[in-house]
Design a protein around this ligand. Sequence first.
Ligand code: HEC
Length: 119
Amino acid sequence: MDLRALALIGALAAGPAAAQGEAPAPSPEAGRKAYTSYCARCHGLNLVVSGGAFFDLRRFPADDKARFLQSVSKGLRAMPAWEGIVKPEQIESIWLYIGSVNGWPAPGTQSASTSTQAQ
Ligand code: HEC
């Protein structure tokens, strides 16, 4: 059984309100799907970017979520703005997904992030 089926069962079990909801709680798995739909054509599958013109998301600073949210929502130079296309929960999920690929500390253990950024 795939994860989508499991998620559907979970949503059904949680009741009609949850089953209707288009916005499941942010998760790396949801982020992977959204990333693959909206971002991978420029930023590459699994964040592996193929050309120099696109930002390499494996190098995005783990401690600058505010910049991520700003750039993704409003766009940055050649990057389109995603506000209104990608839902805020999906952007949140994409952030978690990028963190999971990059091996960032899980949310809630952010206090360690200052010591991991040796720049
Ligand atoms: C049409 C191609 C394209 C798509 C699709 C795209 N991006 Fe980008 N993205 C770019 C380019 C080009 C840059 C570099 C912008 C610059 O610095 O001039 C960029 C930069 C970024 C940055 C770095 C911003 C910063 O502050 O330096 C982030 C984060 C990012 N993209 C996330 C995303 C996410 C998340 C998605 C999917 C929702 C996405 N991008 C989809 C082209 C794209």
